[in-house]
Design a protein around this ligand. Structure first.
Ligand code: DGY
Length: 320
């Protein structure tokens, strides 16, 4: 008998075809967002769950999962939506999908930098609303990206690709991570031991750290104060790493020129209302990995992990 897999969201056709070929897959063709109760109910008799970050596996939800469930094979690199400690205690294997989305997320990060620096939201709105009436040397003047200093907090897979792409804009790369990386990975990037040491060197700051208790509200008022006046902040990691009130205050006061955000605290429906009102933020709806190629690769990576688990092998991307 094929293992039963509960798939919580609509996945690319190629991924669903492979799921149907190799497993007894419970798909979600309507792409409905399951409540915790529905999730637990639908998991009845399933051997594993293939969820996205949209389903929260709190300790309480994990405790209610049927005993048949052996694994949570995430369709995401981030796994802050899963209480991994509780999962371990319940003997669940948890996997994620690293590497395959680094290029797409780095592309989106470059878009956030360019969009924030060149005032993309304002410009687009002017054209669409027919409010664009004139051209002058002082019209819609933004910040040049080329040749500036880019600071990256979290120099993992995505951060490293961002550095590569940013070098195409002749940017000088600075980074902070738990430890200094080998020089072939640094490729000239300048290491700073702490965010405090890094921040004064950032005309642009890109956050690529994971959301863990240690990075909660990492970018707060005290750290924003260390950035050069007029800096630009972008975030394509998780909303939790930013103190929204502090960022909004800095964007209002002019301490920061602009921000580009793809992820938010309390997304999607309850993000800080201050962001919607600011002209100098470029806002995207958590689409860092949203390319056709990457979404298929993420699904295949999640399936590779499931294949290993049901073959009795260690999955490549085990995080718990
Ligand atoms: C990820 O993979 O973590 C993306 O944010 C989508 O969930």
């Amino acid at each position: 008998m094929k293992p039963v897999i509960l798939v919580t969201r609509k996945l690319p056709d190629a991924v669903e075809q492979r799921l149907l070929r190799d497993y007894d897959a419970r798909l979600n063709p309507g792409d409905d967002l399951y409540s915790a109760d529905e999730l637990v109910k639908r998991a009845e008799g399933a051997d594993a769950i293939l969820p996205c970050h949209t389903e929260k596996f709190t300790a309480e939800v994990i405790a209610r999962l049927p005993k048949s469930v052996r694994a949570i094979a995430n369709f995401s690199v981030g796994y802050d939506h899963v209480d991994t400690k509780a999962a371990k205690e319940h003997g669940l294997i948890v996997t994620n999908t690293p590497e395959v989305l680094s290029d797409a997320t780095a592309e989106l990060t470059m878009m956030l930098m360019l969009g924030a620096a060149r005032r993309a939201s304002e410009g687009e709105r002017l054209v669409r609303t027919r409010e664009w009436k004139d051209w002058s040397p002082s019209f819609m003047v933004g910040t040049q990206v080329t040749g500036k200093r880019l600071g990256i907090i979290g120099f993992g897979r995505v951060g490293q690709v961002v550095a590569k792409r940013a070098r195409g804009f002749d940017m000088e790369i600075h980074y902070n991570d738990l430890q200094r990386l080998p020089s072939e990975i640094e490729a000239g990037a300048i290491y700073h031991k702490t965010p405090e040491e890094l921040l004064p060197h950032c005309d642009f700051l890109a956050l690529h750290c994971v959301a863990i208790p240690e990075t909660f509200r990492l970018l707060n008022a005290a750290r924003i104060a260390l950035l050069p006046d007029g800096a630009i902040v972008v975030n394509a990691s998780r909303g939790a790493v930013i103190d929204d009130d502090a960022l909004i205050a800095a964007l209002k006061s002019g301490k920061l020129t602009a921000a580009g955000l793809d992820v938010y605290n309390n997304e999607p429906t309850n993000i800080h209302p201050g962001y919607r009102e600011l002209p100098n933020v470029f806002l995207m709806p958590h689409i860092g990995s949203a390319t056709k190629e990457t979404r298929i690769a993420m699904g295949f990576r999640a399936l590779d992990n499931l294949d290993a688990i049901f073959a009795g092998k260690e999955p490549l991307d085990r995080v718990a």
